[in-house]
Design a protein around this ligand. Structure first.
Ligand code: TXA
Ligand code: MG
Length: 329
């Protein structure tokens, strides 16, 4: 059931459903989430079932503000406080020590918990309405079947999870890729998943370097596996390789793959490549449309997607991370 997320009655209905232990899909500025009350292990089990996600993968808990976040933590590290003060509400998840006996299923049994306050007005309205009903945290992974592309529009959620689910429609997600995840549980700040916040912006707030994950970093299954993949096979190519691959296709003697899609900053020769989509010049614009474009290629029946490697600068880290994962299958 698709409801207008800007309608206060829809928010009330969705908050009632969450309070009753039911699932609700809602927009955030990054991607759509599939929510359940974080303090209800049975409700949280419903998320794993709906997604086909292996249990034990920890979920991010969404909160209306930092005060609600602290109710889930054993300690609130200074590093987390700095990040939250600078970037919440927004596309940042912090991993902190979990309060004992709280949201165990949601945390996949780990001693840490991931927390995020999203900035999307529909998400915030829902989280505030849920809090009024005694629900201080909403566990929500991306609202897609396990291993698939995250949805960035309400229609994607319906395509992934079916028409029976209550979905709040908040339009197309502005950011378009999942939140930046920073582990603050061990007196250091470790980047577990890049997003659209730049490393330099994070380091300026921390006053120290943001470390890369090491062997002792908390398990973050969604950041390790081949993830974020469309059904088509994705191949990431540097500009020169892509250019010569396209040249090869312009050779009338060569046989082009039946359903090839290209997502690049290059202009392909007309009439050869089955589908071509120009990638925006800016990283944030590419992030915004990335999953929508890949999903569109899937819907058109593309079997192979060639993607031009994004520039190697830091602002492209989040997009590059998703593309490398998409091409790993
Ligand atoms: O932008 C986002 O973060 C979206 C929206 C809905 O908020 N959510 C999202 O959730 O991407 P999901 O479940 O698809 O990805 C959550 C990631 C996974 O890689 C998971 O392993 C990691 O967060 N994670 C969650 N809790 C964790 C914890 N306690 N320790 C380490 N990693 C954790
Ligand atoms: Mg996901």
């Amino acid at each position: 059931m698709l409801l207008d997320g800007h309608d206060p009655d829809a928010i009330a209905k969705a908050a009632d459903a969450l309070a009753a232990g039911e699932l609700v899909a809602f927009p955030t500025e990054t991607v759509y989430g599939l929510g359940a009350r974080a303090d209800d292990d049975r409700a949280v089990a419903g998320i794993f079932a709906a997604k086909g996600r292996p249990v034990g993968h920890p979920l991010i808990v969404h909160v209306a503000d930092a005060a609600a976040a602290r109710t889930f933590c054993a300690t609130w590290p200074d590093l987390a406080q700095r990040l939250v003060a600078a970037f919440w509400p927004g596309p940042l998840t912090v991993i902190v020590p979990r309060a004992e006996g709280v949201a165990a299923a949601c945390a996949g049994g780990q001693s840490t918990i991931g927390l995020r306050c999203p900035s999307h007005p529909v998400a915030l309205a829902l989280l505030r309405a849920a809090a009024e009903r005694g629900v201080l945290g909403v566990a929500a992974p991306s609202a897609n079947r396990f291993g698939r592309l995250s949805p960035t529009q309400a229609s994607h959620v319906v395509a992934e999870l079916g028409p029976d689910l209550l979905v709040l429609d908040g339009g197309a997600c502005e950011v378009g890729i999942e939140s930046t995840i920073v582990d603050c549980s061990r007196d250091r700040a470790v980047l577990l998943r890049p997003g659209t916040l730049t490393r330099s912006a994070i380091e300026a707030v921390l006053g120290r370097p943001l470390e890369n994950r090491d062997a002792a970093a908390p398990r973050a299954p969604g950041t390790l596996d081949a993830h974020y993949a469309p059904q088509a096979r994705v191949r990431l190519m540097n500009t020169a390789l892509l250019r010569s691959a396209i040249d090869l296709l312009t050779d009338p003697a060569s046989e082009a793959p039946l359903r090839l899609a290209v997502y690049s900053r290059l202009l392909p020769p007309a009439g050869t490549v089955a589908i071509h989509q120009a990638m925006p010049a800016r990283a944030d614009q590419t992030a915004h449309e990335l999953f929508t474009v890949l999903r569109h290629f899937d819907d058109l029946g593309a079997e192979l997607i060639w993607v031009e490697e994004p520039p190697s600068t830091a602002e492209w880290d989040g997009v590059r991370d998703r593309l490398v994962r998409a091409s790993a299958t």
